[in-house]
Design a protein around this ligand. Structure first.
Ligand code: NAP
Length: 295
């Protein structure tokens, strides 16, 4: 197969990872890869390696039409627009429509686990984006990505400082997965797409409750860490008292609500099946990042 593969969000961590795996793990020729980003100037190293770098901003419909020209497979990486005002869904719909109109033969999209049932505030955006992909009628790949292990950097360093980790996730588990394992799996699927349109759920090999994560953290860092179980309302109050912007609080709390509801606990073998390698266990991630997590 010599189709071109366009990766949007190429200067983001996942987009960059997918491109590196296309090149290294999948041995895709650089001339078959197109990296789309709002900031082409940041990807000069990829250009130097023979990857075409194009400006692709989901807020610029005309620019997208030019960007996607000649792209056979387009991976639309979900954006980080969490303003709650519909921006993200509008952006995704614009990208999907532009890829279709530019003549893409296959569209891929990064979603989240079980978007129809998920309590995460922005799950409906993902569900509707998936629907937009399906409505193109084109062959498609949906990657429902579980929570990155790297997300723990948002909570654990602070929790370890105070020795207490506040959560309303209860005994709900999360199947944390290394971002690089997701990138490897996506690159493999893009390089060798299945005959039929497929929805993957890319997860770690085990779901962990926050109590179980804390036990691993104590073991790895040797530091005390007590999990303090709260209601969603108490958690929201604590986040507010910590001074975080009011607008983001419902979304942050919804991550715990979703975990409690089991929305993030699904475990599949898709990552290892696609990437043909062992994925990183949570304990290994914690050990690798012990210094950064423990401060
Ligand atoms: N599963 C999880 O745990 C998890 C955690 C965090 C985020 N996510 C989601 O997964 C995506 C990739 O994760 P990441 O770690 O790579 O995040 P990241 O490094 O923060 O990257 C943000 C991404 O959003 C893209 N973006 C923002 N505005 C855009 C626009 N107007 N047009 C086109 N692209 C735009 C960026 O592309 P450029 O800067 O190259 O234009 C970049 O790829 C995130 O954007 C988010 O939707 C998932």
């Amino acid at each position: 197969m010599s189709d071109t593969i366009f990766v949007t969000g190429a200067s983001g961590k996942l987009g960059r990872g997918v491109i590196e795996h296309l090149l290294a793990s999948q041995s895709i020729a650089p001339s078959r890869i197109i990296a789309g980003t709002r900031h082409p100037e940041t990807l000069a190293d990829l250009s130097a390696r023979g990857v075409a770098v194009r400006k692709a901003d989901f807020d610029d419909q005309q620019g997208l039409a030019e960007a996607f020209a000649g792209a056979d497979t387009v991976l639309v990486i979900s954006t980080d627009a969490l303003d709650g005002a519909g921006t993200r869904l509008r952006q995704h719909r614009a990208a999907i429509a532009a890829a279709r109109d530019a003549g893409a033969k296959r569209i891929a999209y990064t979603s989240l686990p079980d978007p129809a049932a998920s309590k995460v505030t922005f799950a409906p955006d993902h569900l509707k984006s998936e629907e937009a992909v399906k409505a193109t009628g084109l062959p498609h790949l949906i990657f429902r990505n579980s929570w990155y292990q790297e997300n723990l950097f948002h909570s654990l360093p602070n929790a370890l400082k105070g020795g207490q980790w506040y959560t309303s996730a209860g005994q709900g588990g999360t199947a944390f997965v290394a971002r690089d394992d997701i990138a490897a799996a996506i690159a493999a699927a893009l390089a060798n797409p299945p005959a039929a349109s497929t929805t993957y759920t890319l997860t770690g090999t085990q779901a962990y409750t926050n109590d179980e994560v804390a036990a691993l953290v104590r073991e790895v860092t040797g530091k005390p860490l007590q999990v303090v179980h709260l209601t969603d309302e108490q958690l929201a109050g604590g986040i507010k008292a910590a001074g975080l912007p009011e607008a983001i609080i419902p979304t942050l709390v919804s991550f715990d609500t979703a975990a409690r509801a089991g929305n993030l606990a699904a475990v599949t073998g898709d990552v290892e099946t696609l990437s043909k390698r062992k994925s990183k266990p949570l304990k290994a991630f914690l050990e690798e990042n012990k210094a950064a997590l423990a401060g």
